[in-house]
Write a protein that binds this ligand. Structure first.
Ligand code: AHG
Ligand code: MN
Ligand code: MN
Ligand code: MN
Length: 336
């Protein structure tokens, strides 16, 4: 009986968000419309990624972005798709993308009350070899729709009203939180719908996987070095942790969310603020981790408390299972 019920009671992401919306009688469906345009962008990128090799979408676009990175064709294409989808939703007024140097202020006639910060294609270095990549987004509400300003997006991550990512892997999975828990939806290509497959995701309190680019070990600071040492040579009788590092933040975070453990992109001598960008990588993933019962730490403070001053600002990040992050917080506390 239950299997039959499941098959006929399709909880699509749109239905889920409409259910959420009904809890806020004052809402006029704007968020639902915004989300449906983000979902459209994800579906497009998913199909482009799946046929990238066939559609000559691999390789470089021949341009360089503000990050100093050579843009891949899929970076540029995905960015254009999301910008167009978000503007045409008529529900946004400021957009910040990893691939655009300046924030985009939507023209008044198409303005809405949401600000979206996003990484249209995360894990670009993995595109050409077919390893999982993704899209990451966070949503703020604008203070004054008639006078949008950069301050509307230069806010601590704790002020986000929603965040999510879509992972383009063996399946296309969209993980979303609107502030009351985390839910995962898998794209059913035959329906073209994201179906609820991971209701109310909770990250294990402790895990036995650590996820870091060990190639940077030479440049790590004391606490990070000590922590990774502890993962490999535990002082007590516990067994060493496993190392899993994919190199796409979305894939590494998704595995951490489901299996537990810790993901680290620490500061190092070369990059004192680490590599990951606060607005559209650190904040959305930290928001999701806290909503799933985990936590996220910058080496100095709770990641969501960070008050950014630049839209492409970077921060070190340690996120994942609650107990694992506690251990690294203790090591940084000793040092400070
Ligand atoms: P992006 O492709 O959006 O620029 O992000 C890449 C990021 C992130 O996905 C990943 O965790 C990290 O770069 C990997 O960096 P390293 O290759 O230095 O480990
Ligand atoms: Mn990039
Ligand atoms: Mn990224
Ligand atoms: Mn990117």
């Amino acid at each position: 009986h239950s299997v039959e019920a499941h098959r006929t009671d399709l909880m699509t992401i749109t239905r889920y968000v409409l259910n959420e919306q009904s809890k806020h009688p004052e809402s006029r469906g704007d968020f639902t419309i915004l989300l449906s345009h983000i979902v459209l962008g994800c579906k497009f990128v998913c199909s482009a990624v799946n046929k990238a090799g066939l559609a000559k979408l691999l390789g470089l676009a021949g341009e360089t972005n503000i990050q100093g990175e050579e843009q891949k064709k899929l970076d540029v294409l995905s960015n254009e798709v999301f910008v167009k989808a978000l503007v045409s939703s008529g529900r946004t007024c400021i957009l910040v993308s990893e691939e655009d140097e300046e924030a985009i202020f939507v023209e008044p006639s198409k303005r809405g009350r949401y600000c979206v910060v996003f990484d249209p294609l995360d894990g670009s270095s993995n595109i050409d070899c077919g390893v999982s990549i993704g899209t990451i987004f966070g949503i703020y509400t604008v203070k004054d729709q008639d006078e949008p300003s950069l301050n509307d997006v230069l806010q601590p991550g704790k002020n986000m009203l929603a965040a999510g990512y879509c992972m383009y892997g063996s399946s296309c999975t969209l993980v979303l939180s609107t502030g009351s828990g985390v839910n995962g939806f898998t794209l059913d290509p035959s329906l073209g719908e994201f179906i609820l497959t991971h209701p109310d995701i909770k990250i294990p309190k402790k895990g036995n996987i650590y996820s870091v680019n060990e190639g940077n070990a030479k440049n790590w600071d004391g606490p990070t070095t000590k922590y990774v040492e502890k993962c490999k040579f535990p002082k007590d009788s516990s067994s060493p942790k496993s190392l899993r590092y994919i190199g796409s933040m979305v894939a590494d975070v998704h595995r951490t969310m489901l299996y537990g453990g810790i993901f680290l992109y620490p500061a190092d001598k070369k990059s004192p603020n680490g590599k990951l960008r606060v607005l559209y990588e650190v904040f959305p993933m930290s928001f999701l981790m806290e909503q799933a019962g985990g936590q996220s730490f910058t080496g100095k403070e709770r990641a969501l408390d960070l008050d950014p001053t630049k839209i492409h600002q970077r921060s070190p990040i340690f996120l994942g299972s609650y107990d694992d992050v506690e251990e690294i917080k203790a090591l940084y506390a000793e040092e400070n």
